[in-house]
Every structure is written in structure tokens, then in C-alpha cells.
Ligand binder design. Structure first.
Ligand code: URA
Length: 210
């Protein structure tokens, strides 16, 4: 299976992305924008979830309706910036279980270091939505995918806000079965591993740290 990348070119997404990138956007608004963008990207990322027809009674008559029928969902934010995307997914899929994957990027080597993993016991039976706002080198995201697959997951979708071409290539190489939904594929990575034009450090901007 080849890696599907969907860059969501919807005016609402692109409008909010512009505000998100803006260096003058304050923390509170940044957090709100991450939430709103994640809602919109989740809508796209879940469009192929299996569903089935069933019958309901409206106040007027019986009619056909549809409900999600396939695997249940596990939503797995990559710490720490992925946590900023979690509430949005849970507001759309309140029954989802949550797994956390703690990875940080060694600033020298840019290699991922795993320091915390807590996944739902039945993650193997769930569709996994992995949350990572910035797909940069792809090193830590690829490692997170490896972690959920090692726990048995066979269906993994990645929701990111911004990706670098290098990160997409990395996921494509290591995990060609993983689909990616993103608001923008940006130009490149700079020498420090930041996505350009990007938005800076997503964790710092979400949590007001530096
Ligand atoms: N992580 C971030 O938060 N921003 C980038 O540009 C790259 C990685």
C-alpha cells in the first residue's frame, strides 16, 4: 500500500493556518486554533471509517441512518505538542481510548528518544489516530508508528498540522501503509530541524514556554 498524503486545501483550514503561523498570535489563540484545525483535519482523516446502515424511527417515520461500524478508535498524541490536538479528536469521537507516546528530539542528533509509552490494552483492535502537529524529520513520528505497530496496531493514520517533505518521505519509506492528513506541506527543514516557513516550536507556542 502506498502512503497517502492529503493536504487539506479548505479555506477555513488555510485561514486558520495563517493565523497559527503568525508570530504575533498569542498563546491562548494559538491553542484555540490548534483545536479548531484538528477538528477539521480529523473530519478528513476519518472519512473512510467503516460504517453501516441501520433503521431508526424519527418522530414522523422509520428511515435509514448510518453508524460507524468498524474498529473502535485509539487516539495517540505524541508528547508534548500532540496533546494540544487531543481534545479536538475526543470531542468528535468521545468513545475513543487514549494512548500517550513520549518522545523528545535530541537537539544534537535530531534522533528520537522514547521516555514514556502508555497505550490502550486493546490497541491492536483499534484504528489508531496518531497526533503530532509538526512532521519535521519524521524520526520521532516514525518511531511512534513503530511503537503502536509493535503493540499490534495494524491501522494507523497520522494527523499533523504542518509537514516537511523530508518527514513525509520518512514515513513513506518506513511506514507506507500510514496515511497522513495535514494542513500544509511546507518548503523544507532548516539547519536546526525546524520546518520553514512553519510556525516555530509548536510545544512552546501551545504552552507558553521557551
Ligand atoms: N517541531 C516543532 O515544534 N517545530 C518545527 O518546526 C519542527 C519540529
Amino acid at each position: 500500500m502506498s502512503c497517502v498524503v492529503v493536504e487539506v486545501d479548505h479555506p477555513l483550514v488555510q485561514h486558520k493556518l495563517g493565523l497559527l503561523r503568525d508570530v504575533t498570535t498569542p498563546t491562548q489563540q494559538f491553542r484555540q486554533l490548534v483545536n479548531e484545525l484538528t477538528l477539521l483535519l480529523t473530519y478528513e482523516a476519518t472519512k473512510d471509517l467503516a460504517d453501516e446502515e441501520f433503521e431508526i424511527e424519527t418522530p414522523l417515520e422509520r428511515t435509514a441512518a448510518r453508524r460507524i461500524s468498524g474498529k473502535k478508535v485509539a487516539v495517540c498524541p505524541i508528547l508534548r505538542a500532540g496533546v494540544g490536538m487531543l481534545d479536538a479528536v475526543l470531542s468528535l469521537i468521545p468513545g475513543a481510548r487514549v494512548g500517550f507516546i513520549g518522545l523528545y528530539r535530541d537537539e544534537e542528533t535530531l534522533e528520537p528518544v522514547e521516555y514514556f509509552v502508555k497505550l490502550p490494552n486493546d490497541v491492536a483492535d483499534r484504528d489508531v489516530l496518531l497526533l503530532d502537529p509538526m512532521l519535521a524529520t519524521g524520526n520521532s513520528t516514525a518511531a511512534a508508528v513503530t511503537t503502536v505497530k509493535a503493540a499490534g496496531a495494524t491501522s494507523v493514520r497520522l494527523i499533523a498540522l504542518i509537514a516537511a517533505p523530508e518527514g513525509i518521505a520518512r514515513i513513506h519509506r518506513d511506514h507506507p501503509d500510514v496515511s497522513i492528513v495535514v494542513a500544509s506541506v511546507d518548503r523544507a527543514l532548516n539547519e536546526k530541524g525546524y520546518i520553514v516557513p512553519g510556525l516555530g516550536d509548536a510545544g512552546d507556542r501551545l504552552y507558553g514556554t521557551k
